[in-house]
Design a binder for this molecule. Structure first.
Ligand code: DOR
Length: 457
């Protein structure tokens, strides 16, 4: 494997501590070879086969998006692993963890392995696949190995995966050991609200049907299960400030995530964007946007992920409620956050923490998420001064649209490196021959909050 020297980059090192506040940005020469970071302070003249002059650019650990829906197998008119991985590469995402609501759903280890095989054939970036819970596959979940974790839809969304009976949930938390993550919206509340708004075609009612109460009930229920069973649990896509009350009291078993659409959009955007921002959990209010930003800053929420969930624009243009929920975001999430750096709201160390180091630790991805010697050379070089407008037609996701169409961001990826190999650059486009690999998921280390002594209260 050739050696590459990335010279004079401003390198973003996430901190060693749990908090996003530590860490630093400093000029360094990064030497990579055999897919790994060999030296983080190499000399200017270190022997190499390829030299990347990165003066004026910033180097971050590649983004790890721990919640995406890439639709293969079965729903490939919306997305597939090749198109999705191109979108990842162009967006600075070097690893993705994909959800089980494909067709068929990935609810057996065999189903997960079949998806891994497809990804090995098609994906430019690294991949992992969750195993989905059903009310009666607990032994399959208990025996699953080498996967990021278990996904439970405590409230239903796209597809028909749903586990909301208490007995089944208790069994999953009691009888399995993999970390669990959940879509938390209370099914009973959503069904009752759906009845109340029967006949509506007003897209804004989506946020009244999937309301704050639905999110609160499910998050309370799930975090309660995790605390009682002392089971590692990750709350996916927190959408309300109200849910934070269940996350504020630190527990070594709990982590949480927020998505860009819940940070940047709110119900006031429905008139402008309509079903483009129809998502589950629904988008909420501007006060929720603010609460979620604060929770990130305070480390009450640790991870940013996209919940990239593409549908065709034809599907989305059906009148509500026939329009499906979900939006694509994987290729824009890093630029959205770099733009926040440009605006002075957050800093690069925080971005690297929320988008790389934290998800790697939550899911036990060894050698990922940081720029450090011995770590995998999954990297993204960015230009903080580049301004570009997000346009539907420029998207790499299969259906070429974005809810951020027309918005200009300052700060963009210019080169994405996976396992030491450039898989995309703004200058040369994609290396179609590149393929990602499957990360190692080591859950024995205890996850995000683990100390040298392991997990414990
Ligand atoms: O709106 C959503 N759509 N939320 C999810 O969590 C799943 C997704 C999908 O798969 O379409």
């Amino acid at each position: 494997m050739p050696r590459t020297l990335i010279r004079n980059a401003s390198v973003v090192f996430p901190g060693d501590g749990l908090r996003s506040a530590s860490g630093e940005v400093r000029t360094a020469n990064i030497l990579i070879g055999d897919g790994k970071i060999l030296d983080i302070d190499a000399s200017d003249t270190a022997g190499c086969d390829e030299l990347i002059d990165a003066a004026g650019r910033h180097l971050l650990p590649g983004v790890i998006d721990d919640q995406v829906h890439f639709r293969e197998p079965g729903l490939t008119h919306k997305e597939d692993l090749a198109s999705a991985s191109h979108a990842c590469a162009a967006g600075g995402v070097t690893s993705f963890l994909e959800m089980p609501n494909t067709k068929p759903p990935a609810i057996t280890l065999e189903g997960v392995r079949a998806k891994e095989q497809l990804a090995a054939e098609k994906s430019l970036v690294n991949y992992g696949f969750y195993i989905g819970a059903t009310p009666d596959n607990v032994s399959e979940l208990a025996n699953a190995v080498d996967v990021p974790g278990i996904k439970i839809f405590i409230g239903s969304s796209t597809g028909n995966l749903l586990v909301d009976e208490q007995e089944a949930l208790e069994r999953i938390f009691a009888e399995t050991t993999l970390p669990i993550c959940s879509h938390c919206e209370d099914e009973t509340t959503v069904r009752a609200n759906t009845e109340r708004y029967r006949g509506t075609t007003d897209i804004a009612d989506h946020s009244r049907i999937r309301d704050e109460k639905a999110a609160m009930i499910a998050t309370q229920r799930a975090t309660n299960l995790a605390r009682r069973h002392r089971h590692r649990f990750h709350v996916l896509h927190v959408s309300t400030a109200a849910e934070l009350v269940y996350l504020q009291d630190p527990s070594p078993y709990l982590t949480a995530e927020v998505c860009p659409h819940h940070l940047f959009f709110n119900v006031d955007d429905y008139p402008r964007l309509g079903s483009r921002i129809q998502m589950n959990p629904s988008i909420k209010t501007s006060a929720d946007n603010e609460g979620l930003w604060k929770a990130l800053q305070d480390d009450v929420i640790q991870v940013i992920a996209t919940d990239h969930a593409p549908h065709t624009l034809d599907e989305k243009s059906q009148p509500y409620p026939s329009s499906p929920s979900g939006l694509p975001a994987v290729e824009n999430s890093l630029a959205l956050m770099l733009n926040q750096v440009h605006e002075g709201k957050v800093n690069l160390v925080q971005v690297a923490h929320w988008m790389s180091d934290a998800p790697a630790r939550v899911w036990g991805m060894t050698g990922k998420g940081r720029i450090a010697e011995g770590y995998d050379a999954d990297l993204v070089l960015v230009d903080l001064n580049e301004s570009r407008t997000i346009l539907d037609k420029k998207q790499h996701t299969k259906n070429r649209w974005s809810p951020w169409h027309g918005e200009t961001m300052t700060g963009w990826p210019v080169r994405t490196i996976v396992g030491g190999q450039t898989v995309w650059s703004a200058e040369n486009g994609f290396d179609e021959s590149a393929r990602g690999g499957k990360p190692r998921f080591d859950h024995s280390r205890g996850g995000y909050w683990a100390t040298a002594g392991g997990i414990g209260e």
